[in-house]
Each structure stands twice: as C-alpha cells, then as structure tokens.
Design a protein around this ligand. Structure first.
Ligand code: PEP
Ligand code: MN
Length: 263
C-alpha cells in the first residue's frame, strides 16, 4: 500500500468492471481508515464508498455521522490512494463534499424519486466537473430515474452513471429490493452511453445471495459493482446484515466470472 499516494485527478467511472466498496455508513475515523486499508489491500477495489448522511426510512435510527466524517474520508484517500464516493441529498451536502475533495457523488434511491431535491443538487453542481452516479428511485418508476439524469445533464454534468439497487415491493420476497431486471435493462437502452453498475447489497439485504446477484448483473452486461463492506459487519451501525468483510469481498470477487477483464 502506498501511504503517500494522492487520489488520481480524474476518476474514471467508465472503466470496465468498476468496483466500489466500503461501509454503508462512516462510523468512526478508525473504522473508515481500517475499511480503506483492507479494501486497498485486496488490489481489486477502485473506489471507497461511505455514507455520511443516511436517509433512513423511519426516524430513530442512525442518520449518519455528518460533515465531521468527511476529513476521515480525505485521510483514507491520502493513506491508500483510493478515491472516495459519498451520497448527497441537499445543496449543503454537495458544498461540504466539494470542500473536502470527495471524488465522486451519488444520488440515493430516496432522493432520485424527488425532483425538487435532484434539482437542488443539480443547481449546486452547475459548473463543477465531478462524476455523479444516480441510483434508481426506490419505487419502480423509470421516468423519475431518467428525469434525475436529465436534470444533472442539463446543469452541465458530463460524467454521469447509473446504479441499479432494486425496487421496493410490498410483501415478503427473497429480496430486500426486487431487482426487476427489465427496468435497468430498459434504462440501458434509453441511456446507452452511461455506465450502469449494480448494487447487490441493497437488492439482497443479506450476505448469502450477494454473489448470485452480482454474477447475474455481470451476465446482463452491467459495467461494475457497488458492494458494501465493513471491518465488523455484524456490528455495523446500518445495514449490518448485508455487509461483508474485505476478505469475504475479495473471495467473492475471485469467484465471479467477468465478461470483460477489469481495466
Ligand atoms: C446506501 O447506499 O447505503 C443507501 C442508502 O442506498 P439506497 O439509496 O440504495 O437505499
Ligand atoms: Mn446501505
């Protein structure tokens, strides 16, 4: 590991078999640094993710460490060379991420479904050159996904990508969020120039089915994966059941059969 490496100036979200991993939430400085060190050591992860502000469906749960976690991410980047990605939902989130040199932003599923919020983010990013990944909206409404991308593109953002994280459905299913593969496939058809990666963690909601969903997305010619990982998954402050250790992630990645070798 290169302790002095600086993040690359341009982060390529278009590389083949893009791999983004890290904890659902940044919790402590130690947890963020340990995550980054372990993921960098796998030699396969392109980018560190960590939620700083967590949009929880119901009140009373951990809602993110907030802005004080951003220096931890910057330190993790300085120590490992891994660029960092953070979810933004407001103009203030955008400002804070830019101030702390976050490399890639993503719009979460609950935000993509809200045109006012997406527009606020787009306005805050006008004139800024940064990659933005847009998760599908939480409910299966493709036009909201398309509309969110269009709002960002109209604000001048050129480096956009998609994340498929499944769709909420009522009743018991095997998935936390049903993949409804026809929808991201239709999205690929509608926006063929945008990379689309799969987030098996939020589709599965559990560890034991992650590999199968990841493989399915590769077989459907998705461009990469976002997978949540944590140094101590069972004790994670959010999404504990679906996170894996860096070692388990490495093992899973080694067993996936890629259509294209990573760049
Ligand atoms: C997350 O990535 O941790 C998250 C909150 O995801 P989603 O927006 O897909 O629910
Ligand atoms: Mn999560």
């Amino acid at each position: 590991m290169n302790q002095t490496a600086l993040a690359p100036k341009t982060v390529n979200i278009n590389k083949k078999a893009l791999l983004i991993s890290g904890p659902c939430s940044a919790e402590t400085e130690e947890q963020v640094l340990q995550s980054a060190t372990e993921l960098a050591a796998t030699g396969r992860v392109d980018m560190l993710r960590a939620g700083i502000w967590k949009p929880r469906t119901k009140p009373g749960m951990f809602e993110g460490i907030g802005t004080k976690g951003l220096p931890w991410l910057r330190k993790a980047k300085e120590q490992t060379g891994l660029p960092v990605a953070v979810e933004v939902a407001t103009a203030k989130h955008v400002e804070d991420c830019l101030a702390f040199e976050v490399d890639v932003l993503w719009v979460g599923a609950r935000t993509t479904g809200n045109p006012f919020s997406v527009q606020e983010i787009a306005n805050a990013l006008r004139g800024v050159d940064i990659p933005v990944l847009v998760k599908n909206p939480i409910h299966p409404e493709l036009e909201l996904w398309v509309g969110a991308v269009e709002r960002l593109a109209k604000a001048g953002l050129k480096d956009l990508g998609l994340i498929h994280r499944g769709f909420a459905s009522y009743g018991n299913t095997d998935f936390r969020n049903a993949p409804m593969w026809h929808l991201p496939i239709e999205m690929k058809r509608r926006m063929p120039d945008l990379p689309i990666i799969c987030d098996p963690s939020h589709i599965c909601g559990r560890r034991d089915t992650l590999a199968a969903v990841a493989q399915q997305s590769i077989d459907l010619d998705f461009d990469g994966l976002m997978l949540e990982s944590h140094p101590d998954p069972d004790n994670a402050w959010s999404d504990a059941k679906q996170q894996v250790t860096a070692a388990a992630l490495k093992d899973m990645l080694e067993h996936l059969v890629w259509r294209h070798e990573p760049d």
